[in-house]
Design a binder for this molecule. Structure first.
Ligand SMILES: [Zn+2]
Length: 315
């Protein structure tokens, strides 16, 4: 998949798109764009901007040899997949120094992961960083426009997007030091499961159909990893006949993840503690019930708060 991933090896955002400092003119004008400043993890000029999708092409360069902030326009050559849309994207990068542009020309193409340009402090930068704006679609007109505050903002066919709407974070590429409070989506590096893998956000009932009128067979704790096989209205199917409310699933990888197993006994008792009192609520569990594996103690597996089953009957 041609995911658009964060372009720096270290994310250390020093100014978010909605901060009150120099981005204020961007986020209060009309139209707006949503730039971030990232210093790449240090105050030195040592971070590169890497090609964040399968291929990007240089559309324009501006400011070299002048007092204006050097600016680079990059556009994807095919649609990219972001956390919120699939489309072409344009990206504007400001502040690389003149010498960083020596190998860059309009029409040059870069493949994913290739170094494009080094961070700098050209223009009015207080220190070396990249000022990055993203727009959905292809560049329109000159690729930028002045907004009602007189500030130059990115101009693409579908308009500016927020960084968290544009970039996934690929943890195998980017080390996150500071998001400045921006809630990014992490790319799932497990290639087999791709987009269908989701996580439970709140202890969730599992039912035998897409609605609350269906039999409630079990519950899955927060952090349970499930695979969504089908979605109907607000319901998602996670096995042959088990459904959960889609409102309590997210693609965001939580800090604590529980894998699942299936019950293999015809009827499996659920107990309050290992080998303890048998429960009657959502119990016993029928064969092929999906359960979370929170922890195992001896022969017993904890499947939710105060719910334990005999481990040999899971696989
Ligand atoms: Zn900036």
């Amino acid at each position: 998949m041609n995911y658009l991933t964060y372009p720096l090896k270290i994310m250390k955002i020093t100014q978010g798109y909605n901060d009150n400092y120099s981005h204020r003119a961007h986020n209060t004008g009309n139209p707006k764009d949503y730039p971030i400043d990232d210093n790449g993890g240090s105050s030195k000029k040592d971070a590169y901007f890497y090609c964040p999708c399968d291929e990007m092409i240089v559309k324009k360069v501006y400011g070299i040899g002048t007092t204006a902030g050097n600016t680079l326009w990059l556009e994807s050559t095919t649609p990219v997949v972001t956390p919120t849309f699939t489309d072409y994207v344009g990206i504007i990068i400001v502040h690389p120094n003149d010498e960083s542009f020596k190998d860059i020309y309009v029409g040059k193409k870069y493949k994913r992961g290739e170094r494009i340009i080094l961070e700098g402090d050209d223009g009015k930068a207080t220190g070396p960083h990249f000022h990055i704006s993203v727009g959905r679609g292809k560049f329109k007109g000159t690729g930028w426009e002045q907004n009602s505050n007189g500030i130059w903002i990115i101009k693409t066919t579908e308009g500016a997007v927020k960084p968290q709407e544009a970039f996934f974070i690929d943890k195998s590429f980017t080390t996150v030091k500071d998001t400045k409070g921006i809630d990014f989506t992490y790319l799932n590096n497990d290639e087999e499961n791709d987009q269908n893998e989701m996580y439970v956000t709140k202890s969730l009932n599992v039912r035998y159909g897409p609605g609350t009128n269906y039999y409630n067979v079990n519950s899955l704790p927060t952090g349970t990893k499930v695979k969504v096989l089908e979605t109907k209205d607000t319901w998602s199917r996670i096995s042959d006949n088990e459904w959960v409310s889609h409102n309590f699933l997210t693609t965001k990888v939580p800090s604590k993840i529980y894998n699942t197993k299936k019950t293999i006994a015809t009827s499996l008792n659920v107990r309050k503690t290992p080998n303890g009192k048998k429960l009657t609520e959502k119990a016993p569990l029928p064969k092929n019930t999906t359960v979370a594996v929170i922890t195992a103690s001896g022969n017993w597996t904890k499947i939710n708060e105060n719910r334990w089953v005999y481990s040999s009957y899971l696989e």
